[in-house]
Design a protein around this ligand. Structure first.
Ligand code: ZN
Length: 490
């Protein structure tokens, strides 16, 4: 169903996202079992999270605190009183037969996140943030009899989640991508989740509909599930938007249904229609008291909020005199921003540190497949290297070689420079001698330069640098070369 760009332009997509974020508490939301990922199946279970009759849930205070942090960072109002509710459905990985969630009285509401679109800010509403427990996991693959049987791992049963529901304010797959990127970055800065999509700590469903440009009424929406990567989110939205436009263009009507994204086939397919939709029969959880949040608790959490990405970007621009674009790139990862600030302090050269970080360090990390927090070169060592280059002790070219050596040996820049005798030569006598030798040996190029071919200077610089094994101060080489070439003109 290829849709032409012309037809697509006649429609406006309307998208809202429901994002599940797994909280980083050490124990589960209603029992003391560990939340650690990757341990042997069913090794973190107890009567509460196994759903045994008579077991009673006890709310984890830390989970509430983390959820409040997220809600406040999303500019939500926290309700003084919220309530847990039972969401009833049967599934093999849900032994109780219900999930404890929040329904008509959520933890927090009425928030927003600002995204950016072609350099212009756009505000996306947050409908609600609520707390709930995760279900277990069905394992359909990886066992000798996986063709006949599925296994259940209940380690995840009862792990705390927040669900962040956006208003249908997103108008394109790109906006949805940017929104989710910012949401993830916020959660990472707050340290309430590791947002690891492969391990399922960040999951996303999308509500999608299309309408003719200029019309107000919303089209029928579908819910697309299984969007477990940023790439899938964008691809699935693109696919689903085109699919709905094709249905409408063909004279049909979009059916309200839940659809799954199939990443192998690159398409969505219907999972259940409205007629089969669940009626979860929500009712207030009788085993838990309403969640009452005092002003004091709320204030305490508000005061504990760390500096968030936007504020940090502004501070980097203000305190380190960085250009906006450098600062934006640096704060896009909390680990990178932390690394930068340590390195800039060590170097005393904030702008040079940003340049080196955004080119050489990022390259090094990409090659090593590592994050800034796992950098083979400690931030203070990196700062020292930048300082050596900035004050001219070593040239930039040598600096790059030293950095590679630092990464592979763990040695400090000054050690490597001393060991290998790499200190930059800034002695005019020594450089002058090398320059005179090269100029004398290259009368043809010297003639070209004097005849006005300025680019020849670069060739001369290269020759002198080669002769000095890259150790000559390139700026001095240029100056002395100019003097030598131009001085002999007459
Ligand atoms: Zn448990």
């Amino acid at each position: 169903m290829p849709i032409s760009a012309e037809v697509r332009a006649q429609y406006e997509p309307v998208i809202g996202l429901e994002v599940h974020v797994q909280l980083l508490t050490r124990s589960k939301i209603f029992c003391g079992c560990s939340t650690r990922f990757g341990d042997p199946p069913n090794s973190h279970t107890c009567p509460v999270c196994l759903g045994l009759p008579g077991a009673l849930p006890v709310l984890n205070r830390e989970a509430v605190t983390m959820a409040m942090k997220a809600a406040l960072a999303l500019n939500c109002a926290i309700n003084a009183r919220s309530r847990f509710a039972r969401k009833n459905y049967f599934y093999p990985d849900l032994p109780k037969g219900y999930q404890i969630s929040q329904y008509d009285e959520p933890l927090a509401e009425f928030g927003w996140v600002d995204i950016e679109l072609d350099g212009k800010p756009k505000r996306i509403g947050i409908t609600r943030v609520h707390l709930e427990e995760d279900a277990g996991k069905s394992l359909h693959e990886g066992f000798p009899d996986s063709d006949r049987a599925s296994y259940i791992d209940l380690n995840r049963s009862g792990v705390p989640l927040i669900e962040i529901v956006s208003e249908p304010d997103l108008r394109s797959p790109e906006e949805a991508y940017d929104y989710l990127t910012r949401l993830k970055l916020l959660m990472l800065y707050l340290e309430v989740s590791d947002c690891n999509m492969e391990e399922g700590s960040l999951r996303c469903d999308a509500n999608v509909s299309v309408r003719r440009v200029g019309t107000e009424a919303l089209g029928t929406k579908t819910e697309v599930k299984n969007l477990n990567s940023f790439k899938f989110l964008q691809r699935a939205l693109e696919y689903e938007i085109d699919r709905q436009i094709a249905v409408v263009e063909g004279g049909g009507a979009v059916e309200q249904e839940t659809r799954l994204w199939d990443s192998r086939e690159q398409r969505t397919y219907g999972m259940r229609s409205k007629e089969m939709a669940h009626d979860y029969r929500y009712f207030p959880e009788p085993d838990l008291l309403p969640l009452v949040i005092s002003e004091e608790w709320k204030e305490e959490v508000r005061r504990s909020l760390p500096e968030l990405p936007e504020a940090r970007r502004e501070r980097l621009v203000r305190d380190y005199a960085l250009p906006e674009s450098d600062a934006a790139q640096i704060v896009a990862s909390k680990a990178l921003a932390d690394y930068y600030e340590r390195a800039a302090k060590a170097s005393g050269e904030p702008k040079a540190t940003a340049n080196w970080l955004l080119s050489e360090l990022l390259y090094l990390l990409r090659e090593a497949g590592k994050e800034a927090s796992q950098s083979p070169v400690p931030a203070s060592d990196f700062g020292e290297l930048v300082r050596l280059v900035s004050k001219g002790s070593i040239s930039g070219k040598i600096g790059k070689e030293v950095l590679a050596e630092m990464a592979s040996t763990g040695k400090r820049a000054s050690e490597i420079v001393a060991e290998k005798g790499l200190v930059q030569v800034s002695d005019p006598e020594a450089i002058g001698a090398a320059v005179r030798e090269i100029v004398a040996a290259s009368p043809k190029q010297a003639e070209q330069y004097r005849a006005g071919k300025a680019a020849t200077l670069g060739w001369f610089v290269g020759q002198v640098m080669k002769a000095t094994r890259g150790q000559a101060n390139p700026q001095m080489v240029q100056e002395i070369l100019r003097g030598e070439l131009e001085g002999k003109k007459s």
